[in-house]
Design a protein around this ligand. Structure first.
Ligand SMILES: [Zn+2]
Length: 435
């Protein structure tokens, strides 16, 4: 049976960056069966259904780096640089954070993301089983990376080997869950020793698991690694075997030209987090050089305590602004790049060819945007709408969201999460965690 969605505009995110005005998307059993201009829609059978939704349909957005359970810590440590923010504010609170808090934080984060058009999120956090459970309850697609770290305080989760074993066990327990893929989340080279990183690499290789970690986020992050090994963080990770084809590296602000070449050679994907990098004054990532070298790049919000929202539209706009400032070039990144960074490019960075586009064989993760706001005029030709959406639109223009063909947001409201109830519980938890 086909569900046919008719819209004023369909942006499938194909190679040609086509915009079909008007267009259609056919969905069958959670997958896209066809999409294109309305005039080319194939005939329907007697059991098929037609939904006239108007507006603009585009693929669900892919958030390439998040710790969404940190909604429970939103706003904490405002004004501090990364090292003090982590050491003085975040880690002490996280030491008190229970699996129930993580579940709650993720539930609220999932609602926020879905309402803003994000249908897939990359989640690195501890209490990962609780995070995955909440995401599934919300109907959000996730790549869950249970965190592995050897920093003071993390002994409560056992050794790094215990954490790796835990991630493998979680992967096995969720093997039948279509919405979740479990990988390995070694926090970073500065919070893990060589032996642990090597074990992550060996496990990832043996089980074909994706790897997600923070790389070169701040200027000083690699100093200890450089002093010890004489290498940059990416070179050190390469030596330990941690640059596998499904390695997704977050931030990547302070890379050398050789590091960029290294990422391209190994097929590493990059999660670019301009909002977080700006808020913590980490720096401007070399996005243009990465993409020119052939590295797949998507945008990520990072956690809602270092952003402080889960708004990928804002992230894409910041990516354009920062790239133009960094390069001194108003053409450094454009409107098409913004959509690539949120959808198809992001899916490529994750090594996932089943999401990120409304094309046959991809999952029916789909977003409807209303184009009724005053900022969507004037329109001299339909493509003007895409520029208006990137530069002047907002997550509040997202009205409806489908994940795997299931409508999870309708008329702006999240159907899967009791948001009011979750928010009340979140407030109570945040007070307790602040101590
Ligand atoms: Zn992060």
């Amino acid at each position: 049976m086909i569900d046919r969605y008719l819209a004023d505009h369909v942006l499938p995110m194909d190679a040609a960056f086509s915009l079909h005005s008007p267009g259609f998307v056919d969905v069958s059993d959670g997958w896209v069966a066809a999409a294109g201009p309305r005039s080319q829609a194939p005939p329907l059978g007697p059991g098929d259904a037609v939904h006239s939704v108007g507006g603009l349909l585009l693929p669900g957005l892919v958030n390439c780096h998040a710790h969404s359970a940190m909604t429970v810590l939103r706003g904490a440590g405002e004004g501090l640089p990364l090292d003090r923010w982590l050491g003085e504010v975040i880690w002490p609170r996280e030491a008190r954070l229970t699996p129930g808090d993580a579940r709650l934080g993720m539930l609220v984060g999932a609602a926020e993301m879905l309402q803003g058009g994000i249908t897939t999120s990359v989640e690195m956090y501890f209490h990962a089983a609780a995070v995955a459970e909440a995401a599934v309850a919300a109907g959000l697609r996730t790549l869950v990376f249970p965190a592995v770290a050897e920093t003071p305080g993390w002994e409560r989760f056992g050794t790094a080997a215990d954490m790796i074993r835990g991630a493998v066990a979680l992967r096995e327990s969720l093997a039948g869950e279509d919405l979740v893929e479990v990988g390995l989340g070694p926090h970073s080279a500065y919070t893990l020793g060589d032996a642990a990183l090597r074990e992550v690499a060996e496990t990832a290789f043996a089980l074909a698991m994706p790897v997600h970690l923070h790389v070169a986020e701040t200027r000083t992050e690699g100093d200890a690694v450089a002093a010890r090994t004489g290498k940059t963080v990416p070179a050190h990770l390469e030596d330990l075997g941690c640059l596998v084809p499904r390695t997704l590296a977050a931030h990547c602000v302070w890379l050398t030209d050789e590091d960029i070449t290294r990422f391209a050679a190994h097929g590493v994907g990059v999660a670019h987090c301009p909002g977080s990098n700006g808020k913590l004054a980490s720096g401007l990532a070399p996005v243009v050089a990465l993409r020119r070298a052939g590295v797949a790049v998507g945008v990520g919000t990072d956690g809602p305590a270092s952003n402080d929202n889960l708004d990928l539209w804002e992230e894409a706009r910041l990516a354009l602004l920062y790239a133009r400032l960094r390069e001194g070039d108003a053409g450094a990144l454009g409107v098409e790049d913004a959509f690539r960074l949120m959808t198809s490019g992001a899916a490529a960075a994750l090594g996932r060819d089943d999401i990120g586009a409304l094309l046959p064989g991809r999952r029916a993760d789909m977003v409807r945007v209303s184009l009724g706001d005053v900022v969507y005029d004037p329109v001299l030709e339909p493509r003007d709408l895409l520029g208006h959406l990137v530069w002047a639109g907002s997550r509040r223009d997202v009205t409806d969201v489908w994940v795997g063909g299931r409508r999870v947001v309708e008329a702006g409201a999240c159907r899967t999460v009791d948001v009011d109830r979750a928010r009340a519980a979140l407030r109570a938890a945040a007070g307790r965690l602040a101590g």
